[in-house]
Design a protein around this ligand. Structure first.
Ligand code: NAI
Length: 302
């Protein structure tokens, strides 16, 4: 038995894109705490091109085993339905179940909107957003049967707040929020909790966009503690979004400003009424968190 407060003895975790960067850090920490880990990685280039390689996943599996942990590699492409199915199959065949899925695999093809060709759009949306669907769906079925699951989706500050030249990536990453909101609701009665992490870490995705002295302070290991907590059986949150990097953690959420009523039951307001009230409509004073679409509809009807 490991001597940690948060133990993962008896738990089976899938970590996608675990051959490097953040995914590797998550896989190593979970394995250190007793989880059996499926180390998925396609082993492609930073932009997703190339034949792929088994080396990154194998290397992390060796690291885990070398430290006395249990892990198996998987080289499937998360962006395909077959790949997603096979990742869960790998977990079931090796360890009999799947308790945790960390959707982490990712690529970049940065271009401003006008320069983004459809294939660059699709490649990025497919790996991140379709990948999260393809991998989470078969695992969710198993989690539902076992009445236990922890799912992590990976967003990005580029999507939450915007970043020039990353339309495809930002759209894919913020699509995670819609997926999370629904998985959190659909998983609630099965003790399946889904949360989203927007990390900031030194990796091959960031090596040329941040200076080396900053990267030094942003090792992936600084993000792992939050992800490990959210994957644990002690996690009570579901449907939450967090930013994490260099030991700093803060929550993000879509909030709603106060309702501004214009017109009345008999009179529809005009566009000029709206324009005249934009200061009030833009206000986020006493902003509220809404936790599902019914609450949003009620706010509109109030
Ligand atoms: P990384 O490039 O070091 O690791 C990503 C891994 O995913 C690679 O090993 C790659 O081979 C694998 N991968 C790519 N496409 C795949 C596919 N189709 N199937 C299976 N594996 C695949 O990058 P990093 O930085 O560790 O990124 C991890 C996640 O965090 C990504 O989703 C990224 O978008 C996200 N992220 C990272 C940030 C950072 O500051 N490093 C910032 C915001 C988000």
């Amino acid at each position: 038995m490991t001597d940690f407060g948060l133990t993962f003895e008896g738990r089976v975790a899938v970590v996608t894109g675990a051959g490097a960067g953040l995914g590797r850090a998550y896989a190593l920490e979970l394995a250190k705490r007793g989880a059996k880990v499926v180390v998925n990685d396609l082993g492609g280039a930073r932009d997703g091109s190339g034949e792929g390689s088994s080396l990154p996943a194998d290397k992390v599996v060796d690291e885990i085993k070398g430290a006395g942990g249990e892990a198996v590699p998987n080289y499937d492409n998360v962006a395909t339905a077959d790949g997603g199915e096979n990742i869960t199959k790998t977990a079931l065949e090796a360890f009999g179940k799947v308790d945790i899925v960390i959707n982490n695999a990712g690529i970049l093809r940065d271009k401003s909107l006008v320069k983004t060709e459809p294939e660059e759009w699709d490649a990025v949306i497919n790996v991140h957003l379709r990948g999260a669907y393809c991998v989470s769906r078969p695992a969710f079925k198993v989690m539902r049967e076992n009445k236990y699951g922890r799912i992590i989706l990976t967003a990005s500050a580029a999507g939450l707040y915007g970043n020039f030249g990353q339309a495809n990536y930002a759209a894919a990453k913020t699509g995670m929020l819609g997926l999370m909101n629904v998985l959190a609701l659909e998983g609630a009665k099965y003790n399946i909790k889904t949360n989203t992490v927007a990390p900031g870490a030194a990796s091959r995705l960031t090596e040329d966009v941040m200076p080396p002295e900053i990267l030094e302070k942003m090792k992936p290991e600084y993000v792992a503690p939050l992800v490990v907590y959210l994957c644990s059986d002690k996690c009570e949150e579901s449907g939450f979004i967090y930013n994490a990097g260099s030991g700093n953690f803060f929550r993000a959420h879509i909030v709603n400003g106060p309702v501004v009523k214009l017109g009345d039951d008999k009179t529809i307001c005009t566009a000029e009424d709206v324009m005249a009230n934009m200061d009030r409509i833009n206000s986020l004073e006493n902003a509220k968190l809404l936790s599902n679409v019914q609450e949003a509809v009620m706010a509109l009807l109030s």
